[in-house]
Design a binder for this molecule. Structure first.
Ligand code: SF4
Length: 167
């Protein structure tokens, strides 16, 4: 496994899933770009990680899903160790960069929060967290899905800052 190295130019206060920032690190070689999240990175306010790549998995790769404490790929290979290593690396980046918030891709076996795929590879979902999301939350990092973060931004911008107080 490679040494800790978050890479140059990655200083920031928010940790984000790399695929949300437009990196082509998704299992099928695609991206999950959310322009507003890419803007966080471009402005230097966020740092990106892809836990599955940090764990040593190639891109593209077979899809994987979590079942209990294990993660398996669609060919039945146990990739739990790679997912755990990637989660530890993401936590290291969080600590190194002083991140207190992580915006992570929903439903992913690494990055998902609250709901993940059911390990039947049929698109079904179950309650649970991805390996990285879980480790970050257990370590005191606040985790939001991309939609939760977008909703929070919309709520903030729709609040009228100059409204007089109610009383
Ligand atoms: S591990 Fe996370 S950052 Fe990497 S492709 Fe999957 S959802 Fe995106």
């Amino acid at each position: 496994m490679e040494e800790h190295n978050p890479g140059p130019g990655r200083k920031g206060k928010i940790l984000v899933s790399a695929c949300l920032a437009g990196e082509y690190c998704r299992w099928d070689g695609g991206t999950n770009l959310v322009p507003e999240i890419k803007s966080l990175v471009d402005s230097g306010n966020a740092v990106v990680v892809c836990p599955e790549e940090l764990g040593g998995l190639p891109t593209p790769r077979l899809p994987s899903e979590r079942i209990g404490g294990r993660v398996v790929s669609s060919d039945g290979r146990d990739v739990t160790a790679e997912f755990r290593y990637g989660a530890e690396e993401a936590l290291w980046v969080c600590k190194e960069e002083g991140c207190r918030l992580a915006i992570l891709k929903a439903k992913s076996p690494s990055c998902g929060k609250g709901i993940i795929h059911n390990c039947l590879f049929d698109g079904g979902l179950v309650q649970g967290n991805g390996v990285t999301a879980q480790l970050l939350m257990e370590s005191g990092i606040a985790v939001m899905t991309e939609q939760e973060w977008l909703d929070s931004q919309a709520a903030s911008s729709s609040a009228a800052p100059n409204d007089p107080p109610c009383s």
